[in-house]
Ligand binder design. Sequence first.
Ligand code: GDP
Ligand code: IMO
Ligand code: MG
Length: 436
Amino acid sequence: MFGNILFEADTGMNCCVVGLQWGDEGKGKIVDTLAEHSDIVVRYSGGANAGHTVIVGNDRFALHLLPSGVVRQNIVCVITNAVVVDPDTLIKEIDTLAQKNITLDNRLLISENAHLVLDYHKKEDQLREESLGKNKLGTTIRGIGPCYADKVGRSYAVRMADLRDLEKLGAKLQTIIDRKNKIFAALYNAEPISADSLFEKCKSYADRLLPFTTDTTEFLHKSITDGKSILFEGAQGTLLDLDHGTFPFVTSSNSSALGMSAGCGVPAKMVDKFIGVAKAYTTRVGAGPFPTEQDNEIGQYIREKGGEYGTTTGRPRRCGWLDAVAVSYAATIGAVDSVALMHLDTLTGLKEIKICRAYKINGKETNFFPANTARLSLATPIYETLPGWEEDISEVNDFHDLPLNAQNYICRVEETIKKPIAIIGVGPERSEIIFR
Ligand code: GDP
Ligand code: IMO
Ligand code: MG
């Protein structure tokens, strides 16, 4: 009905996949699927806070920094400037894949301008969260906020290119760690970290990662000129975007589609299609307002049936009904061409399914999502209720073979979010998918 995305992707076009909720929408699965028809897959924001799952047969891959296209041996993988790279996690990921005979030689490029997440960032993230007690943000403790803060502050930042001059880096680390240790002691009464041992680790990062380090912006523009098909992989989701999400309960990067260009140096007008990914319901990890949350047996049903436990931290995800106001906002600011609606199978067995089509805030109805957390906290969802279905849909691969109530649900979501739903997820495995 809306054109075959896979067919179009085959003809040298560039696509960007972006999350339309609070992350974990199923981006990994969609990127892995679309990568079949791509030459290059690019991670352009966030860090090892991301957890993207790809399931192929009996193999399950949980990717944190490598683009989800990596599972396909012919794909060139690119990590661009706005990604904050935790070298320990990246090296571990490379080694884990090598054990499964998936190698990265000659097909991984890391931006020399990407910033490094080092031990003191993770320590600071943890100490700050602990000290905030019940007011904590619920971060992934992957050092994301402290690393981006150093990037914006500039003076104490370390980038991939700094690994090329170890002598200079050693001196810089000494200055940085002196300062960090003063902060750890003064604010948290915490143990200092050792500049020497971090410097030793940096030497091994240089050995392992410099062979992949280059100017990724130049590479991407050359690839576009050569007619290569590029898939851009968003991390997190639009509602976690630092500027456009539910601040302060967000991550520290522009995780919406708006972050793509700055994140990799390729302007949005060079991308042919933006594909938004959403679940057929809503989840959230960490703190912050969540108007359609079902902290009851419905939420529990979704969590258990959908396996809603964090890919990165293992935390149980908060679950609730589909918030079409939020998805519509994310799809609008990302100007997405179409939507992939995942986890339709998880709703199977529910007698009734609800869609939040508008909010009531201070007695007034609105269908434009307020990214202001204070206003969002006042929102009462206005629901529409649809009948559910009982049939197992995990083997359905044609939209018209879905139970009528499932078809109606999809069509109603489409009308409410005002975007075409071109892909439907009916199970975690690569093949459990419907293209319309
Ligand atoms: P991402 O961060 O957006 O890549 O998503 P995650 O990988 O963190 O979480 C999505 C979870 O849902 C993973 O466990 C996937 O294997 C799983 N998944 C993806 N699509 C579907 C689907 O359509 N149905 C079901 N049941 N599981 C899915
Ligand atoms: P993917 O790419 C879900 C959430 C954290 C926390 C907030 C800030 O798998 O969709 P941070 O560690 O970034 O400072 O945490 O953001 N968060 C995610 N939630 N999926 C993610 O990534 C997330 N990355 C960060 O739970 O609420
Ligand atoms: Mg995830």
